[in-house]
Design a protein around this ligand. Sequence first.
Ligand code: S3P
Length: 189
Amino acid sequence: MAKNIVLIGFMGTGKTTIGLRLADRLRRTFVDMDREIESLNRMSVAEIFRLHGEIRFRSEEKLLAAKLSDREDLVIATGGGTVLDEENVAALMQNGVLVCLDADAVDIHARVSRKKGIRPLLGKGATVAAVEDMLQAREPFYACADLRIITTGKSLNETVNSIIDNLKIMGHLPVAPAGAGPASGGNPE
Ligand code: S3P
């Protein structure tokens, strides 16, 4: 049994896409916190914000973070604001290694603009400057990460490889013995 790999970071840094690919490579179960909250509440994050307010969403997020702290071997994608709450950080760290995905404001702006309307905290007309301001305000919270990975300028595979290589160096993933390939039936990666 191994610690969860918990992806944190600002909106639009690729936590879901990268988390899915990482879980696939490591043959682990993937949990996307926003999607889990949506399925528990049978409504989208945007609807929860609109109908019940941010406080309700944050309380759902906190309950889920606490619940996930009892699990092992997962890859977890958090929401961009999950680590703004220190109790969530403590819960996720209890049995997890925190990996922050970083991207620059221009990159984030381009990504979130492609999916308008699903992120209640970044309005439809959010500018690069608004993203930059929010990014700077949140930077101290993302500093809790055990590992930070820059995604800007990297392909999905390069990012996933970089996470895996670093987690191996840090001792959070097994390093396959020389010569061991997939056919040997050894550990994934
Ligand atoms: C939020 C980020 C969103 C979602 C919610 C709040 C935030 O997740 O949890 O809209 O506070 O940054 P993504 O980071 O997946 O967009």
